[in-house]
Design a protein around this ligand. Structure first.
Ligand code: SF4
Ligand code: SF4
Length: 443
């Protein structure tokens, strides 16, 4: 094992961001596997980009891992069956108030693997992108950007650095943490495979400093004998939200800024989260595509929180039934953590690839919004150096000329401004409104 210099401090500390309560009750609990649900509704759009084209019909027999939706263009992703059984229908299903084209499959309860699955040979960069595409891999940290796009080599952009995102800075969620501990070998091999195949100079494995067990595992990865020149380093980041946001983590790991409308590749970096790396390596070695997710189910209304391996397309209702012991006064279900999670008003909505947590909260007193007192806290804590109070004032007056001067598209909707505002102003919603006003203006 190498010496302690394999651990680095951040190159740059982010301005702003907030200190949130840790609340990681599931961190040391082993993940449990949910039995096959009776029905799965698998959406054809679980990613940024074009929805997949369904390639099965009602009555078809499918297995775990059978292709059921083909990527429709460069920015799209393949979709696979998460259960074995029979396709019941292909068509629109209403979820959370919106229509979504789904393949609905009745499970036979056997979870039989597709016999045609086989390991995928990866020798060069093009193979890695092809593997990500065949796996149906999308960014598993929440954004859902197809991984094949970021792994496709661009001769004009020489990538130098793999930033491994293990920050997982939202309260409650521990799914990457458990991936690191339970699938250590997949993460280890995946990191060295990506480094070798893409010809990257260095790897920065980034994790918040409060994740002790995962740090030990990741330190072993950074100390592997395949890295005699010590180009793979562990970086302990301060416990600060939103440390895991892509632009923030690139800045912390390399000191390079990713401007508005730019991607990490513009800063010669590729960012992959820990579960994405583990999933890609498992696909390459077994041929099993992305068909299930580890979901942290936690929150004030959950008395026995868990990490659960859930077949994609399982309804939230069925997952919560499996977890059990949900307080009857639960009033809010968030797909994601309390900071960036999306409120669900429909328990028939399903677990998708990009989900990593479900937070169920007890009824809380409604927040009383009062006028802005111009304290400046929202500006002080914004990691992107924005002026949320000014954006809100302009958005409420539909003053697009002022909005244009305030760089609103740099906002990553992290919610730090709303969290610190003593007047409880709905600042994130105002940022979204301002972005929509800009979009409308530019049409
Ligand atoms: S303005 Fe956007 S980026 Fe800044 S704190 Fe608010 S939500 Fe986060
Ligand atoms: S934090 Fe709230 S009260 Fe303070 S300036 Fe911003 S919007 Fe106004």
């Amino acid at each position: 094992m190498k010496k302690r210099e394999s651990i680095l401090r951040p190159v740059q500390r982010i301005k702003g961001g907030v200190n949130l309560p840790h609340l990681k009750a599931t961190a040391e609990k082993e993940t449990v596997v949910m039995p096959a649900p009776k029905i799965v509704n698998i959406p054809m759009s679980q990613h940024i980009g074009a929805p997949a084209n369904p390639c099965v019909s009602a009555g078809d027999k499918v297995f775990v891992g059978t292709l059921i939706g083909e990527a429709n263009g460069f920015v799209s992703a393949n979709i696979h069956s998460s259960v074995s059984g029979t396709v019941k229908s292909v068509g629109e299903v209403i979820m959370n108030g919106l229509p979504s084209v789904c393949v609905t499959i009745e499970s036979d309860g056997e979870m039989e693997k597709d016999p045609n699955l086989k390991p995928f040979k990866v020798e060069k960069a093009e193979d890695l992108a092809e593997a990500a595409r065949a796996c149906g891999l999308v960014g598993l940290g929440g954004a859902g950007f197809p991984a094949s796009v970021k792994l496709t080599p661009n001769p004009k952009q020489k990538l130098t650095t793999l930033v491994v995102n293990g920050a997982e800075c939202e309260p409650y969620i521990t799914s990457d943490y458990r991936e690191c501990i339970e699938n250590y070998n997949d993460v280890l091999e995946g990191i060295y495979l990506i480094k070798r195949v893409l010809g990257l100079k260095r790897v920065r494995i980034c994790i918040e400093s409060n994740k002790d067990e995962a740090i030990k595992k990741l330190y072993e990865i950074a100390s592997d004998r395949r890295d005699p020149k010590d180009k793979v380093k562990l970086m302990r980041l301060p416990e600060k939200y939103p440390q895991g946001a892509e632009k923030v983590i690139v800045y912390s790991a390399t000191g390079r800024k990713v401007g508005p409308g730019k991607l990490p590749s513009d800063a010669k970096c590729i960012v992959m989260n820990i579960t994405s790396i583990g999933t890609l390596y498992r696909f390459i070695t077994t041929g099993m595509p992305l068909v299930s997710k580890r979901i942290t189910v936690d929150g004030t209304a959950v008395s026995d929180p868990k990490n659960v391996i859930v077949p994609i397309g399982t309804s939230i209702a069925e997952l919560l039934d499996f977890v059990g012991e949900i307080d009857e006064n639960a009033s809010k279900i968030l797909m994601g953590g309390p900071m960036m999670g999306i409120a669900m008003n429909d328990k028939n909505a399903v677990v998708e690839k990009r989900n990593n947590g479900i937070t169920v909260m007890k009824e809380a007193k409604p927040l009383k919004t009062t006028p802005c007192i111009r304290c400046g806290r929202c500006v002080q804590y914004c990691p992107m150096n924005l002026f949320p109070a000014m954006v809100e004032a302009a958005a409420l007056k539909n003053n697009v000329e002022t909005i244009k001067t305030l760089n609103v598209n740099a906002c990553m909707e992290c919610g730090s401004c709303s969290y610190v505002c003593p007047a409880k102003r709905p600042l994130v919603q105002s940022m979204r409104l301002a972005k929509a006003q800009l979009r409308r203006e530019s049409k």
